[in-house]
Design a binder for this molecule. Sequence first.
Ligand code: UD1
Length: 367
Amino acid sequence: MKLDIIAGARPNFMKIAPIIAALEKVSSLSANRRNKIQYRLIHTGQHYDKKMSGSFFKQLGIPEPHVNLEVGSGTQAEQTGRIMERYEALLLKDPADWVLVVGDVTSTMACSIAAKKLNMGVIHVEGGIRSNDISMPEEINRMVTDAITDIFYTTSEVANENLRKLGHQESKIRYVGNTMIDTLLKNMPRFNKPEAWNIYQLQEKGYFIMTLHRPANVDEETKLKNLIDEIVKGAKGMPIVFPVHPRTAKMLKGIGIEADNLHMIEPLGYLEFNYLVQHAFAVITDSGGITEETTVMKVPCMTLRDNTERPETITIGTNELVGTNPDNVAPYMEKLHNGEWKAGKIPHLWDGKTAKRIVEDLLNIDS
Ligand code: UD1
């Protein structure tokens, strides 16, 4: 089987790393299985700079991509169009049998469409999750990708149920767990204290770490300012470390927020970011993936979104959906300060062995 593995944006890299490692392990262990899968790693170039892409490849030991489509920044349609054009051109020159996409970013959808139209099989890792909020570009990416997926590797029973409701056959749905958690558990012993720890004199369980990048939170100046003001107030002087995503940085330039306990820094590497998460009092985020990581590390997490495609992080894990209204922040902050946050558990099969299960299954697929 000739298998293309697609990675495009930051949250993809931790999901493909263990799959590639498991594929490499197979080929080094067994001669008769070695030739069953020949993989090619394709980076679309959706995220391209060192902080958003290069450092993740390095820290997670992901090999150099075989191909980089170098699509760069653009509007949703520009990026989608460029990825499809360039990936199709590659496939026409040098075809593959299957494409494996992960997550819900623009690259996930664009490569699935290009591949399917050339009659390749599509494998979606993290298929079936839904926020039911179609104003999010990621939700559209999930819906389109899943509509043309042949094999779903899923992270939760809710995802399985979503796919069944959409009429997908049971044989296509394979509940394997969460590859992002494979990466987390594997790298936990390597987590690395960033410079920010000493610079801001952080204390164990004595600070917040925050990330914000969703258009719903950051694309409107007043809203972003009100949200951050409420968070700063609610932190009651505890430091808030805020690695700022490039999208958010552009907006913040115009607003000029300042507070003694708010420390805005550049995006961090994987090992440094998760060090800060592991030792934090609590996390404040609008990311989806981070809510999975906080669930496994059992760190309280406030999600500044009105919905989530990862409900198990709330029903089982340490996450709470705070919403995007700045007025909602204070009561959750009180709960944290009063020590009333729930204790979470870890969802089934988020055990660090998901990529191994995926690769064992891939070995049984006819090309
Ligand atoms: C994308 C994903 C989102 C994911 C997020 C993580 C989609 C639809 N969205 O959103 O699901 O959670 O990545 O980061 O695919 N930029 C840089 N350097 C880079 C990459 C981007 O400066 O390496 C800038 C771009 O020029 C742009 C902004 O960051 O102005 C946003 O990047 P973009 O890829 O458009 O979307 P994200 O908001 O990052």
